[in-house]
Design a protein around this ligand. Structure first.
Ligand code: ADP
Length: 494
């Protein structure tokens, strides 16, 4: 295989910028379709790319993307982590059209994309899935017996589910069949399939995942874990590596389980095996994501690797085959997902124009973002503004530095979750690493109260105020959560 000259990036926002950077490092020209309404605010972000104006919905349009790749002489397509990244049909279409899909083989995507099949593969690989069973061919009596055997509460899941959709918790046996009926119809509606299965609902678990990378020719390495337990609306908001509860022994056990699973499906490239971990540190296979994850940078920081570059090099047939013993953990990294959203309104997106955006320039801090002053977050796009990744020698110092970084990151003009994230890392339970997926719910009062307190000093307020255009300054200060400082701000304004 020869080196790529041009690669199409089939995604937008921070991940498009991330792939752009990896391609430029490899001296490849990125080709990036950008929808009309975003074009003016994005083009300065990619000075060394070929940019194309595209229609709305382009990143869902398989045929059109392949056409664009051909028209622009791209040898490959990188789908980022969007809808098409886990779409076996798209991977096959690329292959049929002589374009390399930067991702695993279509067959592996298909097997892992079906949650029930993935459970069977896990078992075959010697990895325990969460206790559960398929409903196929069972009578109501048999279903009830099996559900009682694993014990309530149970979780009904859609076999083709994803993105937190298609799950129903059932606490009592008399509610089981009503919920099965609803789950079937929801699954039909969202995923065009009635296939559902039942799992034990693990109460207050942790979500810990293993990053793997499979080199061509069947060798897979693991790059430790990511703790992704802090979630809101079933979505991760803070991820860290290493996990505060994983020691060398557990890391090796989970890592080897993930590798066994990847090898069973002849995996190639970057992938993530997700586990749910109970209070006694028993880990159960949850699912495998056959793509690069949003939170991949924390792994890159502590293992000193570039996973996106590896993906591209692997697709070119040029990846260096690295032995497991050369993969060494160093330091601690935490990622914060900065969203334009309103924590007080159930974390709903809060789109709008960013008036002022200032990234703090601090050693050891990596910011992934495609945003700048005047950037508009549109209601129909993901409201992510940036990913802030903080690195330090150990967890304590990393948390300490993170507080400074979140204080000095300036986003004015839209509501954000910055103050909320800061209140999470200030909670004594987080500091101790004593967390579970119910953290945000459990400490709601503390977190919201703390997030309301002004965090800026007079000097910072003055600096920010001087940077904001005069007619917008009042709104901007309100939006940065510092209502209490308004009288002071007015005093400082020119
Ligand atoms: P999706 O593919 O929709 O993201 P997952 O199976 O990855 O669904 O689960 C998403 C989240 O739901 C997990 O991170 C975890 O918080 C919760 N969850 C999933 N399965 C279980 C379970 N059996 N017990 C408790 N929580 C679960």
């Amino acid at each position: 295989m020869s080196k790529f000259k041009r690669v199409l990036i089939a995604n937008r926002g921070e991940i498009a910028k991330r792939i752009y950077n990896a391609l430029r490092d490899l001296d490849i020209t990125p080709v990036i379709p950008i929808v009309e309404k975003e074009f003016n605010q994005c083009f300065t972000c990619y000075p060394y790319a070929k940019l194309l104006k595209a229609e709305d919905g382009i990143f869902l349009d398989k045929e059109r993307l392949i056409e664009i790749a051909k028209e622009n002489e791209c040898q490959a397509i990188h789908p980022g982590y969007g809808f098409l990244a886990e779409n076996a049909e798209f991977a096959r279409m690329c292959e049929q059209n002589g374009i390399i899909f930067i991702g695993p083989p279509a067959n592996a995507i298909e097997l892992m994309g079906h949650k029930e099949t993935a459970r069977v593969i896990a078992e075959k690989s010697g990895v325990s899935p969460v206790p559960g069973f398929s409903l196929k061919g069972l009578t109501e009596g048999e279903i009830l017996k099996k559900a009682k055997d694993i014990g309530f509460p149970v979780l009904i899941k859609a076999s083709l589910g994803g993105g937190g959709k298609g799950m129903r918790r059932v606490d009592k046996e008399e509610e089981l069949f009503e919920n099965i009926r609803i789950a079937r119809s929801e699954s039909r509606e969202y995923f065009a399939s009635e296939e559902i299965f039942i799992e034990k609902y693990i109460v207050n678990p942790r979500h810990i995942e293993i990053q793997i990378f499979s080199f061509p020719g069947g060798r897979t390495v693991y790059l430790g874990e990511r703790e992704c337990t802090i979630q809101r609306r079933h979505q991760k908001i803070i991820e860290e590596s290493p996990s505060p509860i994983v020691d060398d022994k557990l890391r090796k056990e989970m890592g080897e389980a993930a590798v066994a699973l990847a090898d069973t499906v002849s995996y190639v490239g970057a992938g993530t095996v997700e586990f749910i971990v109970d209070r006694d540190k028993n880990f159960y296979f949850l699912e495998m994501n056959t793509r690069i994850q949003v939170e991949h940078p924390v792994t890159e920081m502590v293992y000193g690797v570039d996973l996106v570059k590896w993906q591209i090099q692997e697709a070119m047939g040029l990846v260096v085959n690295i032995p497991q013993e050369n993969i060494k953990l160093n330091g601690h990294a935490i990622e914060f997902r900065i969203y334009a959203e309103d924590p007080e309104n159930n974390f709903m997106p809060s789109p709008g124009k960013i008036l002022k955006y200032i990234e703090p320039k601090i050693p050891g801090v990596r910011i992934e973002s495609a945003v700048r002053d005047g950037y508009e977050i549109f209601p129909d796009f993901d409201p992510m503004i940036a990913k802030v990744i903080v690195f330090d020698t150990n967890r304590e110092d990393c948390i300490q530095k993170s507080k400074r970084v979140l204080n000095e990151l300036v986003v004015l003009g839209v509501k954000t979750n910055i103050a909320f994230l800061k209140s999470v890392i200030e909670h004594p339970a987080f500091l101790k690493g004593d967390i579970d997926t119910g953290f945000v719910e459990k400490y709601r009062d503390f977190l919201f109260e703390k997030a309301k307190q002004p965090t800026l000093t007079k000097e910072q307020v003055a600096l920010i105020a001087s940077l904001v255009s005069s007619q917008k300054k009042k709104d901007a200060m309100l939006d940065c959560g510092d209502e209490n400082l308004l009288p002071e701000v007015s005093g400082w304004l020119p």
